[in-house]
Write a protein that binds this ligand. Sequence first.
Ligand code: UDP
Length: 330
Amino acid sequence: MNILVLGGAGYIGSHAVYQLIDKGENVVVIDNLETGHVEAIHPNASFYQGDIRDIKFLRDVFDKESIDGVMHFAANSLVGESMEKPLKYFDNNVYGTQVLLQAMTEHSVNRIVFSSTAATYGEPESIPLTEVMQTKPSNTYGETKLTMEKLMKWTEQAYGIKYVSLRYFNVAGARESGEIGEDHRPETHLVPIILQTALGQRSHISIFGDDYDTADGTCIRDYVHVEDLIQAHIQAMNHLKDGGQSNIFNLGSSQGFSVKEMIDAARNVTGKDIPAKIGKRRQGDPSTLIASSDKAKQVLGWRPSRTSITQIMEDAWSWHSARPNGYQEG
Ligand code: UDP
């Protein structure tokens, strides 16, 4: 298949490109390099630099390449920034997807697998979260992803574009070979921040509150290995290719770890001290988020195999310790 990967220079998109190429697929990458890294793009992928909001650019790529399916990772994803700049998020995430669907319709490309998020649920009704639970996002980022899902739903009815939306929980880890990994600027995610502290790039990690209603008082999240996550995307694309219906799936490991447990796991893996200080709660953080991924397992046959937190931390550490300055080192 010829797969178009939007956002193929980003953390998750670059892992998709590598796995697709491992599986013998032809991959075309689009990225505007606003947050992505050109060094993260697989050398065997065809790369077009441009913005998905630019219909002429998209038409040009679809004209040149014969695309069988799209994987869409090109979105802004910082919760805090989304609250300060909601229009930026609606423009890039929602309008960008609208333009993409327009170009797909014009070129009769009728399969898309796309990144959604657990942030579509907001404060959970109960744990674990299943796909039938209410969606009440508590931030703009989650609202834009939910709106993108709705765009897909109505576009399917009108034009027959089939979609699979994958609601990610906390994605972490890196490709085992250590060629690619997580490099966000600014970095806001827990695992890279812990490992930057292990490298001595930060004096300490600040734990955002230890007065939550959890065993050790710190927030519990469901960490899923990026390679397992991408495997689900490939299975979702195959599901659509085989005539499967549009659908929405959670992707998590169905197990929760607290912030303190994550820091302890990193201390064990790295052998470093990793100083931690208790700070204030971060606004909008639910105390516990754990996925039920039974639906993805049943319908897609997803079998995550890197669920141990030690393995997730080891793979993330391979990347961070080999490339302490991320892609900047060249
Ligand atoms: N967290 C923390 N200190 C940090 C960054 C994150 O205590 O410097 C906590 C955060 O409050 C949350 C968990 O780690 O409970 C995971 O946060 P992250 O931003 O990685 O992902 P999110 O759950 O917000 O998608």
